[in-house]
Design a protein around this ligand. Sequence first.
Ligand SMILES: [Zn+2]
Length: 112
Amino acid sequence: MTKPSKPLEAKGCGCGLTIVVVAIAYVLAKFFHVPGGVAFGIGVGVAVLGVVAYYVNEFKAQKILDHEYEQTKQLQPAAKEEDRDEVPCPYCGETILRVAKKCKHCQSMLEL
Ligand SMILES: [Zn+2]
């Protein structure tokens, strides 16, 4: 069973995480005069939240894909059922719609 690959937007939020941690720690230390260790701690905290958000996002994206995949699978038999709505005309044997009241090939009335 081949599942569709994840969309690109579901990826990407995970990369550059280290840069984010350093950037947050740097901004906090530089502009808010937060002690280095605390700033780094906050940076890591935010990064952890980011990772959690990233995996939640991944999970959601996969859920949506699975859902679309299921829908696609369900749509295929439905299309086949539509095909089965065609039956051979009892008079001329040509394929006609099951709901037809009159054969389009031999003009026979088909009402039961
Ligand atoms: Zn016919």
